[in-house]
Ligand binder design. Structure first.
Ligand code: EPZ
Length: 422
């Protein structure tokens, strides 16, 4: 397994290009199943999760061709010959569950492996299943698989989510586009990735109102046609790299960055003493004079502070002036980066979903282990500002969600290299 060696010290200056959003692309790709005409995605990120989704769609019979070094995905689902999403692929990536709604809507039957949990939590899919049942789906759980049927096709219905779920909103939104009649989704997720999916579905002929708000209304249509769609900017990659100059000093411009994707995050950056300026190419970020100030953070569904930026923010606050309290409200086990940061000299007390971080002057480089996607990059950021060398192992987690981390950070002056595993 590869690892990444980071040598701390030195300001960061220059530009970092931000890629298309992993979490948008992972729901846009299954949308190809809704039509037998080609769907082409541009600005696609080059990530291992995208390769896994490609493998899954191809196992169903879809054609997925990666062009322009992976930035373009040309897909066609005119020949779906298999309606079973196998455990071997699904267990690698939870987002695989997003083929369920589209397959059911298109052909009236699907068998999808239960995804199982992951490092950050149990990750149940009950909300996905209840939402599809509200559209008339008949579901049975057998031998670790979801057996779904909609003999007469899906029918429009009302979906009332008891809690906000990004994936469940995406699954039922895609299914509703081909359901007979009108579907209303209440307490829908409002993430930009939902808006991007709705934009793409409307380009394919779907009739959707309210994406980005808590209530989405879908008028079902008989069929969807092909389209070409550019994947929205990745707000989590954006937020991650906005923190790089906050850790190290200097000034970095994030190309393609959009302030509307990270408003709650920017409020916390401002309170911590980091300036964010909109430019014609994106966002320019610099640390105001002196030390980062402690801030309290609570993760919430969009437009609140994103859970996917919690680990990165915690790493920054380890050397802030004062004490910060971070509350993780979305996932039950998303503080696994804390023990690794403590190995670097951080002072963090974790009690349930609350982490209290007491700022220290400086972290010290150490060998640390990546435990999940976002924790892995928070350790790299910490290593950029720490004294000495930090070696982050198990970086396969990183490859799931960040393309060319070493290239992007070294281009702005970071001392970072990837070490091939034996
Ligand atoms: C999406 O996961 C993202 N993944 C996650 O990003 C992100 O952290 C999460 O949304 C929250 O923003 C993708 O888009 C591929 P949820 P998802 O359903 O859809 C519970 C990353 O790092 N829940 O909004 O799985 C669930 O356990 C990843 O890029 C149920 O109880 O998240 C969690 O506590 C990590 N039943 C909460 O809801 C369900 O049926 C929110 O989960 C579904 C979810």
């Amino acid at each position: 397994m590869d690892s990444i060696l980071v040598t701390g010290g030195g300001e960061l200056n220059g530009q970092i290009p931000i890629a298309g959003a992993k979490n948008a692309c992972l729901t846009l790709m299954p949308a190809t199943l809704l039509s037998d005409e080609p769907l082409t995605l541009t600005n696609a990120p080059r990530l291992s999760d995208i390769k896994t989704m490609t493998e899954l769609l191809q196992s169903l019979g879809a054609e997925v061709t990666s062009l322009q070094d992976g930035k373009v995905l040309a897909m066609s689902s005119h020949n779906i010959h298999n309606h079973t999403a196998d455990y071997d692929i699904v267990r690698k990536m939870r987002a695989s569950i997003l083929v369920l709604g589209p397959m059911l809507a298109r052909d009236g039957h699907a068998v999808v492996s239960l995804p199982g949990g992951c490092a950050i939590g149990a990750r149940p899919v009950d909300l996905h299943l209840k939402a599809l049942e509200a559209l008339g789906a008949e579901l049975e759980l057998k031998d670790g698989y979801i057996h779904a049927k909609a003999p007469g096709g899906l029918k429009g219905g009302t979906v009332n989510f008891p809690l906000v779920s990004v994936g469940a909103t995406e699954n039922v939104l895609m299914a509703a586009t081909l359901a007979k009649g009108t579907t209303v989704i209440n307490n829908a997720a409002r993430e930009p990735e939902i808006v991007d999916l709705a934009d793409c579905l409307c380009k394919m002929g779907a009739q959707i109102d309210g994406a980005g708000t808590s209530t989405i209304t879908v008028q079902g249509v008989d069929r969807l046609h092909g389209a070409t769609h550019s994947v929205v900017t990745d707000r989590i990659e954006l937020g991650t790299y906005m923190l790089a100059p906050a850790f190290c000093g200097g000034e970095v411009e994030l190309l393609g960055g959009r302030i509307d994707l990270v408003e709650a995050f920017c409020e916390k950056l401002d309170a911590a003493g980091i300036s964010v300026e909109e430019t014609e190419n994106g966002l320019k970020v610099a640390r105001r004079n002196g030390r980062i100030q402690a801030v309290d953070v609570t993760t919430e569904p969009f437009p609140g502070f994103p859970t996917d930026l919690q680990a990165q923010m915690m790493a920054l606050l380890c050397t802030a002036s004062g004490t910060s309290v971070l509350e993780e409200k979305i996932f039950e086990n998303r503080f696994m980066h804390a023990p690794e940061l403590i190995r670097m000299g951080a002072q963090i007390d974790v009690h349930g979903g609350t982490a209290t971080v007491t700022g220290v002057d400086k972290l010290k480089g150490a060998p640390v282990m990546a435990t999940d996607l976002r924790a892995s990059v928070s350790l790299i950021l910490a290593g950029l500002a720490a004294e000495g060398e930090t070696v982050v192992s198990r970086v396969y987690h990183l490859d799931r969600g960040y393309e060319h981390v070493v290239g992007k950070l070294s281009a702005v002056g970071a001392k970072i290299e990837r070490i091939k595993g034996q």
